[in-house]
Design a protein around this ligand. Structure first.
Ligand code: NAD
Length: 418
């Protein structure tokens, strides 16, 4: 039996939800004509993110058990595996050896992945390959091994393929580990706009193996550290202190734990960054609430990033935004001069930019206007309060931005001069 508020017939001429006391007692009634039904349902969502060092070690079975509904060990196991082309070059042999060891009939779909091919065409090509291989969607989840770009594309493919096919993510970049791999969003760029087509469709399981970061170039480690710094600045002062003290070491060691300090600091940094991110995402998974502290650094950066392409990576553009808004917050008396200095020094230690010549009044005004459109008519601009807390404001003016830009520029020049 359906509860009456789940499938509710509406009498002709009545407004949805109105006149509940007069509603017909059954679905079919001759006394009142029914010509509208309201169907309400809720879909529980549950997904897991699990640290799994050395996920390709043949002794580990996490990658096969996920999403398989218990059908991972019997003969005839099949998997469609999408791999970033660079990851294939560096780790492809181990990936193939892993599936061979477990007797898995697998197809490796190797995709060159960078922002320029994050397109619907790439998604369509992957679908064609899935069709040729053929998968049983209820116990043969798609596996994606790659960075944020590939995970976003394959997430979109999985959400569309047969109206939803489970998938498993193995992020291989730092942005992937702490950001793109933990949320529910999928997407591709379209019509010149970033992530214009996308869905909310989390992977059943994300396996986090920081060993992959060993082959990632230094600049992409910095890029990921920018998103970690964001979490630190808006909600985790302890995380900031770790970055302030050990950030340079983490960058140097690429989170591989080459020293005991690096091991402790690296593990703690990843855990705190992911936990902090999930604390913010979970209560607002579908982003119904537009005030999101995780949008910090993402007010001016989308415009700056797109205009600077290919000069700035995403995290780098976010860092420039955070530098500007730190100065802006300092002008408002929300961040002390000392803390402003600590934030900018930490950005430098992480080898992240805190300035870009695109920071002009005109570009910032455009960027703010675009963000206001996306945030339903209000700025909803997260600003730091000290280090580790944030608030939202709606009244940033062009003059205030110009003052912050001028100040940030002179701070850069002062440093360059020294
Ligand atoms: N869905 C989300 O919630 C979310 C969140 C943040 C970012 N993103 C998206 O993520 C993308 C950025 O992700 P990214 O920074 O991982 O970029 P990316 O996927 O382009 O990877 C960066 C580069 O590193 C290479 N690479 C990947 N793993 C490697 C490894 N282990 N060793 C050597 N090279 C490797 C890739 O081939 C690529 O050239 C953007 O498109 C962004 O929109 C999505």
């Amino acid at each position: 039996m359906l509860p009456s508020d789940v499938l509710r017939p509406q009498a002709a001429g009545s407004q949805a939800g109105a006149g509940a006391s007069q509603e017909p007692s059954g679905l079919y009634t001759f006394s009142q004509q029914v010509d509208s039904w309201v169907v309400r349902t809720a879909k529980p969502v549950s997904y897991e993110i699990r640290f799994t060092d050395d996920v390709l070690n043949p002794a580990r079975t996490d990658l096969l058990e996920a999403g398989a509904n218990g059908v991972s060990t019997r003969a005839g196991v099949r998997r469609f595996v999408v791999v970033d082309a660079n990851v294939d070059l560096l780790h492809g042999d181990r990936i193939r050896a892993y599936f061979d060891h477990h007797g898995v009939d697998h197809h490796m779909c190797v995709v060159p992945a960078d922002e320029s091919v994050k397109s619907f065409d790439t998604a369509a090509r992957i679908v064609e390959e899935i069709d040729s291989f053929g998968i049983a969607r209820r116990h043969e989840p798609v596996i994606v091994i790659g960075g944020g770009v590939l995970m976003d594309i394959v997430g979109l493919v999985s959400s569309l393929y047969r109206r939803g096919t489970p998938f498993v993510r193995v992020p291989t970049t730092l942005i992937g580990l702490v950001d793109a791999g933990v949320g529910a969003k999928t997407g591709v760029n379209f019509n010149g706009h970033k992530n214009r087509l996308g869905t909310y469709f989390p992977a059943d399981l994300t396996l986090l193996d920081r060993c992959f970061l060993n082959t990632l170039d230094r600049r992409h480690i910095s890029n990921g550290l920018a998103e970690i710094l964001k979490i630190a600045l808006i909600k985790d002062e302890g995380l900031f202190q770790i970055l302030e003290r050990h950030g340079a070491l983490l960058l140097e060691e690429k989170f591989q734990g080459l020293s005991s300090t690096g091991e402790l600091a690296g593990a703690e940094t990843l855990r705190r960054a992911i936990h902090g991110m999930l604390e913010e995402l979970q209560p607002n998974l579908w982003e119904a609430k537009l005030e999101r502290v995780v949008d910090y650094g993402h007010t001016f950066s989308p415009t700056v990033e797109m205009r600077a392409l290919p000069e700035l990576l995403h995290g780098e553009a976010v860092c420039v935004d955070m530098a500007l808004t730190t100065v802006l917050a300092q002008h408002r008396g929300m961040v002390s001069e000392t803390d402003r200095g600590r934030v900018l020094a930490t950005m430098r230690a992480l080898e992240l930019p805190s300035w870009n010549d695109l920071l002009t009044g005109e570009i910032l005004a455009d960027a703010l206007q675009d963000t206001v459109r996306h945030r339903d008519g209000q700025q909803r601009l997260p600003l730091p309060v000290g280090i580790g807390r944030a608030t939202f404001v709606n009244d940033v003016t062009a003059q205030e931005l110009a003052d912050a830009v001028a100040d940030l520029r002179s701070l850069q020049h002062e440093r360059a001069g020294r």
